[in-house]
Design a protein around this ligand. Structure first.
Ligand SMILES: [Ca+2]
Ligand SMILES: [Ca+2]
Ligand SMILES: [Ca+2]
Ligand SMILES: [Ca+2]
Length: 580
């Protein structure tokens, strides 16, 4: 058993010594495996060639910019690329505009009269003149008479309205803009006869049974709606409740009985700026190019007496209308622009296995405006992508300076992202939605990707194959040596093992060992003849006695022969003996 162990240990040592000579396999870094059938069965010592190579072309973004190319994802209206001063740029497209198309005195060429939605009648007169949008109306219950505007008296003509409509076409698609501030200023003035019953009037005489609920009143207003009039929002209004103030008897209610009462230029009360902005943004969601604005006048007169009531409005005038608003570009979340370069494959270095030991990316970057003070986007960043996979580290644009700085001191370790492909992208990623009034340009330059690699060269050829000028010399073929060495060692072990197991013991010990083994295995044994010691002595003595008797007999026979011989022969024989 001990011998077997020795053999096993020796074999193990031999195998561990020989195998590394035959096959060298690297254990760390990224290995680009090559398969070459012609090389697979050869047995050679491998050589490792290590080198560092700049993997990017045109690192300085010189003109022409190739092989760099720009690619936009998300809203292509929000970012664009440019190349100048041998730099690559990401231009985040800001824009801020002001709407001022509605201002001053309304013009007949811009505004179209339109009835109030629902059942509605126009006032006796409505027009756009040099003073603005003007309406006049006289309510008179006496159907047998004509009022001052030549309209027959009609007690149902107590709620006339007129609106003027204007459709606004925006110069840009407002889908990409957000209104950030707005102002609506509308001025009206009005004149009426004191025959109009106002809340402050003293209605008389009691004999005419004066009644009043709402009193006679008018309303000036502005509405905003989408082009198809699906929603209409009230943006400004005014009800001059005192218009026509002054007492007049029910029996003396004609315009000639009273006097003119005026409301001077007065501004309509607009909704708050916040609400106005909301309304404008909202209506432009329906149609991002167009919206409608209405200027309206409602007249609501009341029959205040059992006598024929008469209410005279001379002039209801919308004098000026100014709507202004500013709107800024919407920069959409998740919009990105990448400057990319599809580099050579790692496997282009060699026909053998290539290990990427290290890949280090760096570049310079700057921004022409302070990102934090010009945007509300704190999450937007510069990302690094290799083969479409983002590196875990990024650069927040809030940290960008107006002068070039390293993306990272010492560069980014992008080794884990390298596969056989090396497609590099430097991307500006806009991570929030924000409004931007002005372009912001982010620039990059001096992009570098240093790749340190090793080529595992089992059979060394004369060229580095794109390895940056690596020169390799063919190495000797060690196959016969290794095979010879292996055979020799195996033979040596065999002989040594055989000696240990068998021939170092005397024959009797070997015989006993063999016998022990047979007994152990339970084999049938041949019977053994055992000769006792006395018998062996006897046989030995007998043999020795026989030999002595034989020798004595031969001696006597020789003496007899000599006696028969002549004397000289005997002497010669003696002398011959003596000479010897
Ligand atoms: Ca009055
Ligand atoms: Ca009246
Ligand atoms: Ca009245
Ligand atoms: Ca946008």
């Amino acid at each position: 058993m001990k011998q077997h162990k020795t053999i096993i240990i020796l074999s193990f040592i031999l195998i561990t010594l020989v195998i590394p000579l035959v096959n060298q396999t690297p254990s760390t870094s990224i290995i680009i495996k090559q398969t070459s059938e012609s090389r697979q069965n050869e047995l050679r010592f491998s050589a490792t060639i290590t080198n560092t190579k700049e993997w990017l072309n045109n690192t300085g973004f010189d003109q022409p910019i190739d092989p760099w190319y720009a690619e936009i994802k998300g809203d292509s209206r929000d970012i664009t690329s440019s190349e100048d001063n041998n730099e690559a740029n990401f231009i985040v497209l800001g824009d801020e505009r002001e709407f001022t198309a509605i201002n001053g005195t309304p013009q007949a060429s811009d505004w179209i009269p339109t009835p109030k939605p629902g059942f509605s009648i126009y006032p006796d007169r409505y027009t756009i003149n040099q003073y603005g949008c003007n309406a006049s109306h006289e309510y008179w219950e006496d159907a047998g008479s004509f009022n001052i505007y030549g309209v027959r008296g009609n007690q149902t003509r107590n709620r006339p309205s007129v609106l003027w409509r204007r459709v606004i076409e925006m110069p840009v698609d407002m889908n990409d803009y957000r209104i950030t501030s707005a102002n609506l200023t509308v001025i009206f003035n009005a004149s009426a006869n004191t025959n109009v019953e106002t809340p402050n009037d003293n209605l008389n005489p009691p004999a005419a049974n004066p009644t009043a609920a709402e009193y006679d009143h008018v309303k000036f207003y502005v509405q905003l709606s989408d082009l198809e009039d699906k929603v209409r929002y009230p943006a400004a209004s005014y009800e001059p409740r005192n218009l026509g103030f002054g007492d007049l008897s029910a029996y003396d209610n004609g315009p000639n009985d009273g006097i003119e009462h005026n409301i001077p230029d007065t501004q309509l009360i607009s909704v708050s700026e916040e609400v106005l902005v909301f309304y404008l943004n909202r209506i432009l969601e329906y149609d991002s190019r167009n919206f409608t604005i209405f200027l309206g006048i409602d007249i609501d007169v009341e029959d205040n007496y059992t006598e024929f009531d008469r209410d005279t409005y001379y002039s209801l005038l919308i004098k000026t209308c100014n709507l202004t608003f500013t709107y800024k570009k919407i920069i959409n979340e998740f919009t990105s622009l990448s400057w990319s370069q599809d580099g050579n494959k790692i496997s282009s270095l060699s026909n053998y296995d290539v290990i990427v030991k290290d890949a280090n990316l760096n570049f310079l970057y700057k921004v022409d405006k302070n990102w934090t003070s010009n945007t509300t986007s704190l999450n937007s960043e510069i990302r690094i992508l290799i083969n479409g996979n983002p590196h875990s580290e990024s650069i927040k644009l809030t940290k960008a300076n107006s002068t070039f700085q390293d993306a990272k001191v010492g560069g980014f370790d992008v080794t884990p992202l390298i596969t056989d492909d090396v497609n590099v992208s430097i991307q500006v990623y806009l991570a929030d939605e924000f409004r931007l009034g002005d372009n912001i340009t982010i620039s990059i330059d001096n992009a570098s990707l240093l790749i340190t690699y090793s080529i595992i060269q089992p059979d060394i050829v004369g060229s580095g194959g794109g390895g940056g000028g690596t020169k390799v010399i063919r190495g000797p073929d060690y196959t016969p040596l290794v095979i010879g060495l292996s055979v020799g060692i195996i033979a040596l072990i065999a002989v040594f093992g055989l000696y240990q197991a068998r021939y170092k013991h005397p024959p009797m010990v070997r015989k006993i060992k063999k016998l022990k083994k047979k007994i152990k295995k339970g084999k049938k044994l041949k019977s053994l003849i055992v000769i006792p010691r006395e018998e062996l002595i006897r046989i030995g003595f007998k043999n020795k006695t026989h030999q002595i008797l034989d020798d004595e007999f031969l001696q006597s026979e020789k003496l007899k022969e000599i006696a028969k011989m002549p004397n000289n022969k005997k002497i010669n024989k003696k002398s011959n003996k003596g000479e010897k």
